[in-house]
Design a protein around this ligand. Structure first.
Ligand code: GLP
Length: 268
């Protein structure tokens, strides 16, 4: 795992946006795996800014989101489709027909959504770069603790903690879903590169378990230790529980100087 600890959330977003931009520059038809949640908002703002400035284009890109609530329709402002439109898609030149979420249409059997989503990802050639956040309980996507490390896109029941964590985003008269359809852990692990962002003290415990704990289904993010190309971008708060902090900073400095000398160092 490449662990990069930055001064604040804004630097995390800027570094994330730089990595996405580098990919789009090298491969304009990249397949992006996207995530929702408040952590990603600053990153999406930066990407929109770069698009508006003419630095990047999403015209040929395809996207697959990690997850979507089950039981609310796409036009519900609480859906992840609405979030993606509002925060990113409506402001860039991506072809919306090429943006995908594992949504279950009215009357559709949710059991069938997962395998179809997997097929679509594979038909698109697989995901080049998967953005991921982390839940306070170590979940990635909506793969809650005890999710199979070999899981594929499917219906998941949210834990009470996740339900409570996300309740801040729902008003009293809105129905908050208890179910979601999420890419599985194996689906996420298939991505060619993974970029995880975490900011804030409330993520510190999950981050330390993910990076320095054992690989365990009880902290689904810990499976990322087994992926060949993972970059973890943290702010100081999210990194405050890491014991091996000195080493991560030291490694970052060495990698930066290598990157300057050999531009493609990270892509080999
Ligand atoms: C939700 C999403 C996750 C996200 C997590 C953290 O549960 N399904 O993909 O990583 O929230 O969100 P936040 O960034 O708001 O803390």
């Amino acid at each position: 795992m490449e662990i990069i600890i930055l001064k604040n959330a804004e630097r995390v977003a800027a570094t994330g946006a730089e990595l996405v931009s580098e990919l789009l520059g090298a491969r304009p038809d990249a397949v992006l795996g996207l995530a929702t949640g408040s952590t990603q908002l600053a990153l999406y703002r930066q990407l929109v800014e770069r698009y508006v400035n003419g630095d990047i284009s999403f015209r040929q890109a395809t996207s697959f989101n990690l997850d979507e609530y089950l039981g609310i329709s796409a036009d519900n402002p609480q859906s992840y489709r609405a979030y993606m439109d509002k925060e990113l898609f409506d402001h860039i030149d991506i072809n919306k027909a090429n943006t995908h979420l594992p949504a279950c249409e009215e009357g559709q059997n949710p059991i069938l959504v997962g395998p179809r989503y997997e097929q679509k990802i594979s038909d698109a050639g697989g995901i080049d770069l998967q953005l991921v956040g982390i839940g306070g309980n170590g979940h990635i996507g909506f793969n809650e603790p005890s999710s199979s490390l070999g899981s594929r896109t499917r219906v998941k029941t949210l834990t009470r903690q996740t339900f409570k964590d996300n309740s801040r985003l729902f008003s009293e008269n809105e129905v908050q879903p208890k179910l979601a359809i999420t890419m599985g852990i194996a689906t996420i692990m298939d991505a060619r590169k993974i970029l995880l962002l975490a900011t804030g003290k409330n993520k510190a415990e999950a981050v330390s378990k993910m990076v320095e704990g054992p690989v365990s289904a009880m902290c689904p993010a810990s499976v990322l230790q087994m992926h060949e190309r993972v970059t973890v971008l943290l702010d100081e708060d999210a990194a405050c529980g890491l014991k091996n902090r000195d080493y991560y900073d030291w490694t970052y400095l060495q990698n930066e100087s290598l990157k300057k000398r050999f531009r493609t160092f990270h892509d080999e």
